[in-house]
Design a protein around this ligand. Structure first.
Ligand code: HEC
Ligand code: HEC
Length: 333
């Protein structure tokens, strides 16, 4: 009897090591997912998130009370507006396509040119921008302080009068709560649910990650490296075109460099690119298949490739499996 147990010991030991290993692998992957970047002076609390949410949807933040953050970052459209370029107060057009702010808590830098460090700093930009909310901060703070609910919440949560600190900290905390990391792809790849993806989607994932070069700039789990790159959208980012990161430091090496966007919820965030110039996922795939427009600063990674029609559909099917709208449960009235 004892002898039999001794014989089994190596087997049990191997199973034990295998299980421990498997668990630590999963927790490694999940710890990546829970890496929300939260500044030490702004820990999230439920009350703070609720205040931020109320402000995010409040049109009184704009000069003529017609535009809120949610006008351009609409929860039903994966926090975008599905317009080529966004429209602010008085129908004024911005120059860029509104990015999804789902998973914004993971952003190491903010904006298409990647020039802002925190979500807190970003909040004041659209409020003051002529083509967005066109509001003067001093007037706005006076106005919001006079709204009893906002003033009371500021006192309660931050122990101070409603001011820019309260405004930016609470909206940023709300943004950090917008997580969308449970797509069918996540269920397949991280949670090991083999049936979560169809055969077609799995083939698309293989194309995306093995045959093509997409993963170099759009790797899982975020589907971006968060760096800026020139993906050759234009042959020449000339006078008329938006030159991206160039406008921050006037460094000509930065011409045509834009932040690599996450591909999560790509099914809902059309049209694509910083200027919304590509309308469909197919148009994006053809852009890369042609090897970009070959601007002289275009990334060397982007070279032409051939796909069969069936493979284009597979790649598209995979990209559409990155949708996760579970966050919407917080928005049913
Ligand atoms: C008129 C439409 C409009 C309004 C209103 C608006 N945004 Fe935006 N938002 C945009 C556009 C367009 C961009 C891209 C700008 C850029 O990168 O230069 C953007 C970018 C952002 C980003 C950066 C995302 C990233 O991936 O780097 C965040 C965060 C954000 N907005 C939050 C907000 C908040 C908070 C408000 C309200 C205070 C707001 N926005 C109001 C259109 C809008
Ligand atoms: C060298 C880095 C790089 C590579 C490689 C790359 N991309 Fe991109 N991708 C970018 C950049 C940068 C943008 C944004 C450009 C802009 O806004 O003008 C982008 C944008 C996109 C968009 C639009 C996202 C949006 O929200 O607007 C999709 C879809 C996309 N890429 C898919 C792919 C696919 C599929 C591949 C592989 C065939 C790929 N990318 C390869 C850098 C890259």
């Amino acid at each position: 009897m004892t002898k039999n147990w001794l014989k089994l010991f190596p087997v049990i030991f191997i199973i034990y090591v295998f299980i421990i290993n498997a668990c630590s692998n999963t927790s490694k992957k999940y710890s990546l997912i829970s890496k929300i970047i939260e500044p030490s002076d702004n820990p999230s609390t439920e009350a703070k998130i609720a205040l931020g949410k109320a402000l995010f949807f409040d049109k009184r933040l704009s000069i003529n009370e017609t535009v809120s953050c949610a006008t351009c970052h609409n929860p039903n459209l994966a926090f975008t507006d599905q317009k080529q370029v966004s429209e602010g107060v008085f129908g004024r057009k911005t120059t860029r396509n509104s990015p999804s702010i789902l998973n914004a808590g993971f952003l190491p830098t903010v904006m298409f040119d990647g020039h802002l460090e925190t979500l807190e700093k970003q909040v004041i930009v659209p409020i003051q921008e002529h083509t967005e909310m066109a509001m003067d901060m001093l007037t706005l703070i006076k106005k919001l302080r006079a709204i009893p609910e906002y003033q009371a919440a500021a006192k309660e949560i931050f122990q101070r009068d409603f001011d820019p600190f309260v405004l930016t900290r609470s909206i940023a905390a709300f943004e950090r709560s917008l997580i969308s990391m449970n797509s069918r792809f996540d269920q397949y790849y991280y949670q090991k649910k083999k049936n979560a993806l169809t055969q077609m989607e799995i083939k698309g994932w293989k194309l995306f990650s093995e045959k093509l070069y997409c993963i170099k700039c759009h790797p899982a789990p975020y589907f971006t490296t968060y760096k800026t790159e020139n993906n050759g959208l234009y042959a020449n980012y000339g006078l008329e075109e938006d030159k991206g990161r160039f406008r921050i430091h006037n460094d000509s090496n930065d011409i045509g460099f834009f932040k690599i966007p996450s591909l999560r919820n790509i099914e809902l965030t059309y049209p694509y690119m910083h200027d919304g110039s590509l309308k469909t996922i197919e148009e994006v795939i053809y852009h890369y298949m042609n090897g970009g427009k070959k601007d002289k600063r275009q990334s060397k990674l982007i070279v032409p490739f051939k796909l069969k029609n069936k493979e284009v559909l597979e790649l598209k099917a995979f990209l559409n499996a990155l949708t996760d709208t579970l966050y919407l449960k917080n928005y049913v009235n």
